[in-house]
Design a protein around this ligand. Structure first.
Ligand code: ARG
Length: 586
């Protein structure tokens, strides 16, 4: 809740009570007629029903009790019994000055911090990181940062796809190419040598080759299946090769995620829980949660109230192999054991919704997850191209993430060109930050669940609701502050609101905590985007209306420097929660 409005509400609640009505009628809200007033309280209308008096009579009583309160510039009744409120600037200004001293700008300290695991990223080892994983990384990182900012104990886990059929495919493809490697010897007992038999570039080419072949050649597919099964049984040579694949791939993933400014606390993957799968299968069987169906081991998870078909959770296939679902279930068990989280949030493509529904139900039914553990699926929509179909390269292939970053960086760099005075290194660094802002903001400004069109020109524009526009606003403030600093001028307390725009700016700043807490509760980083856009627009309006640096009244000027410093700090805090860095200049 907006802390500032809460303060105001308190005053009205007390007054309603004093006048003989319930406190609950004192709720104050932002005015829906900003042309008439800043805030309003409509409690007299419902109070009238309960107390069988006319609303205007009640409103007038409340008004009478408040009329000497110095915080109101004007307080009047309107219509049938609304109370319209305009505050003295001093009250708002004092509030903002207090808020500016807090490092969380009005966000409440948590009484009960939660342990929250965020499962995001989800890249698949040996396959190139593609734009499909981009959304998970960007959204998950923001969810993690928002939760952590509010004081929760947050653990981000990349949960790599490092244990599926793709591993068997790579193993059999390497065997075709380098049959003499010692790893293919059935009796391989050697250790895991340090030098990988392929580079990342080779590895990235090996998987598509293998999967292409498997699609047309059933024998190759069979081989990949067999290799996967043997790997999963722990065949030594294959395990050694698998570790190579993992090492080479993870080193590359670390660089890629690092470039995106996405940081995981845990680099775990599907393989990590494999050692516990037998235990979980036995547990499910012994406690009679499982049944057999066509040779497969399943857990029924459909519920009477279902409005759509929820198929059984498959624990083991008829050939005894475990699946993605088994891994996710076992991972929950492992997470509970190792971290005892209150919540696990999965940031995954919304097309996996049913899978997670089954996993969550099975975890709850089998008590692997107790009632207190909240399992949450945050499914995101698809990033489409301008043709409305999932975003592809011009050739129709899947766009690799590093190529996408390069493209957007080049696009932004072209726009920076007229801005001479940067060294090539500076230009590169600025283009990186601005490019990433375009990419991330373009994504996060949409509702998570919605599909969106990736429009590079729109996203990288310096005008409109874009990352670069917000960065440009911050950079503009930084530039004013540098000049003020050169003049020896520093930020003072804010001493007043000299224009409507300035007042609006203060009011918008006062909403910070409400925005951040709301975006946390709804897992909605797009709220923060809306807010930074509103704040940026207001600042720019203020900037165009106000000659800050040429102001002669030093008191006023220092107050403005204080106001824009706070505006910048709040914008940068919000951007950081979105995972976006700001340059000093651009
Ligand atoms: N690797 C998976 C994919 O590419 C995403 C993993 C999501 N997380 C999970 N716990 N299943 O689709």
């Amino acid at each position: 809740m907006n802390k500032f409005i809460k303060q105001l509400s308190h005053i009205f609640e007390d007054t309603f009570e004093q006048c003989g009505y319930d406190r609950s009628y004192g709720t104050v809200t932002v005015s829906n007629r900003p042309d008439l007033c800043q805030f309003q309280c409509n409690g007299a209308l419902p109070a009238a029903k309960k107390f069988k008096q006319s609303p205007i009579e009640i409103a007038n009583k409340v008004l009478e009790a408040l009329k000497d309160n110095p915080i109101f510039k004007s307080i009047t009744t309107a219509g049938p019994g609304f109370i319209n409120i305009i505050l003295e600037d001093e009250y708002l200004v004092n509030y903002i000055n207090e808020l500016s001293k807090e490092n969380k700008y009005g966000c409440a300290d948590l009484l009960e911090p939660k342990t929250i695991m965020v499962d995001y990223g989800g890249a698949n080892v040996a396959k190139p990181l593609h734009v499909g994983h981009l959304r998970s990384a960007i959204i998950g990182e923001s969810i993690k940062r928002i939760s952590r900012f509010l004081g929760h104990n947050v653990i981000g886990d990349v949960h790599l796809g490092d244990w599926g059929l793709q591993m068997g495919m790579v193993v059999s493809e390497v065997k075709r190419r380098q049959p003499d490697l010692p790893y293919f010897d059935e009796n391989y007992t050697g250790e895991y040598p340090t030098k990988a038999p392929f580079t990342i570039n080779e590895l990235e080419e090996i998987y598509p080759a293998a999967s292409g072949l498997a699609k047309t050649d059933p024998a190759a597919m069979e081989e990949a299946r067999k290799a996967t099964a043997e790997l999963q049984k722990g065949r030594k040579g294959y395990m050694a090769l698998w570790k190579h694949i993992l090492d080479v791939s993870v080193a590359d993933l670390r660089t890629n995620y690092g470039n995106l400014n996405v940081e995981f606390d845990l680099w775990k993957g599907e393989s990590d829980c494999q050692q516990h799968i037998d235990y979980i299968v036995d547990y499910l069987k012994e406690n009679n949660y499982t049944t057999e169906s066509d040779g497969a081991l399943i857990v029924e998870v459909a519920e009477e109230t279902d409005t759509y078909n929820v198929p059984p959770f498959i624990v083991l296939k008829s050939d005894g192999a475990s699946l993605y679902s088994t891994t996710d279930l076992t991972t929950i068990w492992e997470r509970v054991k190792d971290y005892n989280p209150d919540r696990i949030i999965y940031v995954v493509d919304k097309r996996q919704q049913l899978h997670f529904e089954q996993v969550f139900r099975c975890a709850k039914k089998s008590k692997i997850a107790n009632d207190d553990l909240s399992l949450e699926f945050l499914g995101f929509g698809t990033m489409n191209g301008k043709d409305g179909k999932p975003f592809k390269t011009r050739e129709g292939g899947v766009m690799r993430l590093q190529d996408l970053i390069q493209i957007i960086k080049d696009n932004v760099r072209d726009k920076l060109r007229d801005n001479s005075g940067f060294t090539p290194e500076e230009t590169e660094e600025i283009a990186r930050k601005v490019g990433l802002s375009a990419l991330k903001y373009g994504d996060l400004s949409n509702q998570v669940t919605k599909d969106y069109v990736f429009d590079i020109d729109r996203f990288s524009s310096f005008e409109g609701n874009t990352g670069p526009y917000i960065l440009y606003t911050v950079v503009r403030i930084k530039s004013i502050l540098r000049k003020a600093n050169e003049e020896g001028l520093s930020a003072s307390k804010i001493i007043g609101a000299y224009s409507d725009t300035e007042r609006d700016l203060l009011l918008t700043i006062s909403k910070f905590n409400e925005v951040i807490e709301g975006s946390y509760l709804d897992k909605a980083p797009n709220r923060i985007c809306e807010y930074v856009y509103e704040l940026s627009n207001l600042f720019n309006k203020f900037y165009h209306e106000t000659k800050i640096l040429s102001e002669e009244n030093i008191g006023k000027k220092s107050s403005w420097i204080g106001l824009i410093t706070l505006t910048k700090d709040i914008l940068e805090t919000c951007l950081d929660l979105l995972g976006i860095e700001t340059p000093e200049r651009m």
